[in-house]
Ligand binder design. Structure first.
Ligand code: FNR
Length: 190
């Protein structure tokens, strides 16, 4: 089966290298029987629980977009050894109101890139803790800590580095297998 995957880009920057990575993954995804589409986080206001009684339309549609897909992929930079505030804000919106946590039983994966040698590893560990608390079945391996070098992904999302392309293809294949396993035990309509 082909699975629908909504991806969240942790960066709001115009020149985001993580957005480039997401574009590259989107192009490679059909070969792994995954259909990737972005779930935007940019227009979400800052969350607080005063909204719980009456979520604004942008937040309701954000939660609906998560409900509409089989799985979620986080493509995130590392800011100060953690995830960007914009991404944490989006996760907080999705996790509430209490009892309506959008991540419960929703398979997730994490991936990210930075120019640094450890390629967002610390941010991804933080994100894993958060998703664990949010009761999301999270792919443990393959881990994907990608050191970004200028030109390895073009503006159009083409991967120019053969070993990176093969790595991303394998990541997507493994994510497909993971989503299939999770949905076997936890079907979406259960
Ligand atoms: C960074 N950067 C960074 N890189 C890293 O590997 N570890 C880190 O902790 C940080 N911290 C950090 C904080 C802030 C506020 C900024 C703006 C940047 C560098 C970062 O990896 C680089 O700017 C990437 O381009 C960010 O990814 P996006 O936003 O381009 O997708």
């Amino acid at each position: 089966a082909t699975y629908s995957v909504g991806y969240l880009v942790g960066s709001l920057a115009k020149g985001s290298i993580n957005r480039l990575l997401a574009q590259a993954l989107t192009k490679l995804a059909p070969d792994a029987k995954l259909d990737l589409r972005e779930i935007p986080i940019r227009d979400l206001p800052l969350y607080c629980y005063d909204f719980d009684a009456d979520y604004p339309a942008v937040a309701r549609s954000f939660k609906q977009s998560i409900a509409d897909v089989d799985a979620i992929l986080f493509v995130t930079p590392e800011y100060n050894r953690s995830i960007p505030g914009a991404l944490k804000n989006a996760i907080d919106w999705a996790s509430r109101p209490w009892g309506q946590n959008s991540f419960a039983r929703k398979p997730t994966g994490v991936i990210g890139t930075s120019p640094g040698a450890i390629g967002t590893a610390v941010a991804q560990q933080h994100l894993r803790s958060v998703l664990c608390f949010c009761n999301s079945p999270l792919m443990n391996t393959v881990e994907a800590y990608i050191t970004f070098k200028p030109g390895i992904i073009t503006e159009g999302g083409e991967v120019t580095d053969a070993s990176l392309e093969e790595f991303l293809r394998n990541y997507l294949r493994e994510f497909h297998l993971f989503v299939a396993r999770v949905l076997t035990v936890l079907p979406r309509d259960a």
